[in-house]
Design a protein around this ligand. Structure first.
Ligand SMILES: [Zn+2]
Length: 432
């Protein structure tokens, strides 16, 4: 399997199965409900893990939670820890509701303070960092290769975290002294304070996997400064750190006015799940290559829903054939997923399998992406089945107005009634 790496700027081959393949994907800063764009690295990480395991790898995914940060202090003055705890629960609930399972580890920055402090001490001891009035900064000039990930030239790096006391405008904070208005702080050799953002991921990734691991992921907006600084910190201690850097494209169109009528412009993952359902959300992501940007809005959700319905309708037909004798066409799917995890090609293949009535393979393939539910035909509850039976009787008696009323009642209960030729003449389908 090959994946494109931002660091090497080329496709890189994974080691052969069973690996291991250890993946660290940067997670959310928890101060509000995650929006649909925040869900993309989560979905990508879970899908890659599922496919690697299917391919015989020992694959592990760690996805961190940034629960101490300026954004959290600003959003909840005096109660930042409470907000972070609540928003962490929201994130875990909303991502769990995508139906993809959960990562193997979900470390929180505030649980990693001892590792973070140790990491900073080692950087200070090695001459790669220095303390100024309770802050500690990374000495960018000590890293000859700085800019290796983002492609910035070392002498043209954008200034980070302005402070006149820094040796060099490029230097970035590893530890920040406690300031008025910041209601959380921890003891350290440099006084009370809290970690910088970048050091937490170097520390948590290495806590999980040791000094070298296979894949580091996150949104393209994290390349600079977050990931550039993570690499600098870890390489400064002689650690190899991540072998492949996967950066997913951004979800666009989230800030615009009147972007989504259906969502009332609330683009939280929660609202997308409640309004459109998890299958439509997953289909939205499946249709775009992970490295490419995708625009979000009602039109693409409508398209995604049409595809969800097409697969569900396919499985409503009685699928015939000896299932035990059916061959899973794994090689066809591997040909596109092993080539930089091309999910739009996988989706095209699923449609081709639908046309070829390769239903056993299709059910298996959709299941890898959390869409196995499209192949399950739900049994309607007794009261809905009763309404459908009464509607059949009304139609037989040519009481079409009564039949329409019953159809509306069935719809209100969350079901569609479809007329078919086989007995009993209708089929109940859960509305998506
Ligand atoms: Zn991170």
């Amino acid at each position: 399997m090959r994946l494109y790496s931002t660091l090497s700027r080329r496709l890189q081959e994974l080691p052969p199965p069973p690996g291991p393949i250890r993946m660290y994907f940067c997670g959310p800063t928890v101060y509000q409900r995650a929006h649909i764009g925040n869900a993309r690295p989560f979905v990508l990480g879970m899908w890659v893990r599922a496919w690697l395991r299917q391919s015989g790898y020992e694959a592990t995914l760690v996805h961190n939670i940034t629960d101490v940060n300026d954004k959290i202090y600003d959003a909840a003055p005096g109660a930042s820890a409470e907000l972070a705890a609540r928003a962490t629960e929201w994130y875990l609930q909303d991502t769990a509701d995508l139906g993809l399972g959960m990562p193997d580890g979900l470390p929180k920055a505030t649980d990693a303070i001892p590792s973070i402090v140790r990491f900073i001490e080692q950087l200070v001891d090695a001459g790669h960092a220095y303390a100024v009035e309770g802050d500690v900064y990374f000495r960018v000039a000590s890293d000859q290769g700085y800019g290796r990930l983002s492609g910035q030239r070392p002498d043209q790096v954008e200034e980070q975290e302005p402070n006149a006391l820094k040796e060099d405008p490029r230097d970035f904070a590893l530890w920040k002294a406690n300031k008025p208005g910041e209601d959380t702080a921890w003891e350290s050799p440099w006084g009370r304070g809290r970690p910088g953002w970048h050091i937490e991921c170097s520390a948590m990734a290495e806590d999980a996997f040791g000094p070298v691991f296979e894949i580091h992921g996150g949104g393209l907006d994290l390349v600079f400064p977050h990931h550039e600084n993570e690499v600098a910190q870890s390489l400064a201690l002689g650690h190899e750190f991540a072998q492949i850097w996967m950066h997913n494209g951004m979800v666009g169109g989230l800030g615009g006015e009147k972007m989504s009528k259906s969502l009332g412009n609330d683009v939280s993952l929660r609202n997308v799940l409640d309004t459109w359902g998890r299958e439509v959300a997953l289909m939205f992501f499946l249709g775009a290559h992970w490295r490419k940007p995708i625009d979000f809005g009602d039109d693409v959700l409508v398209q995604a829903k049409a595809q969800v319905d097409a697969f569900r309708n396919f499985f409503l037909e009685e699928r015939s054939g000896d299932e035990a004798g059916e061959q899973i066409l794994e090689d066809e799917l591997a040909a596109v997923l092993d080539d930089d995890f091309n999910t739009p090609e996988a989706l095209a293949l699923f449609h081709a399998w639908r046309d070829r009535e390769e239903w056993v393979s299709l059910r298996w393939g959709l299941g890898l992406f959390g869409l196995g539910s499209l192949a399950e035909v739900d049994e309607a509850p007794a009261e809905v089945a009763d309404l459908a039976e009464r509607r059949r009787e009304a139609r037989a008696a040519k009481d079409f107005a009564g039949a329409d009323r019953l159809r509306d009642e069935i719809a209100a209960a969350g079901w569609d009634v479809r007329d078919v030729s086989e007995p009993p003449g209708y089929r109940l389908v859960r509305r998506s």
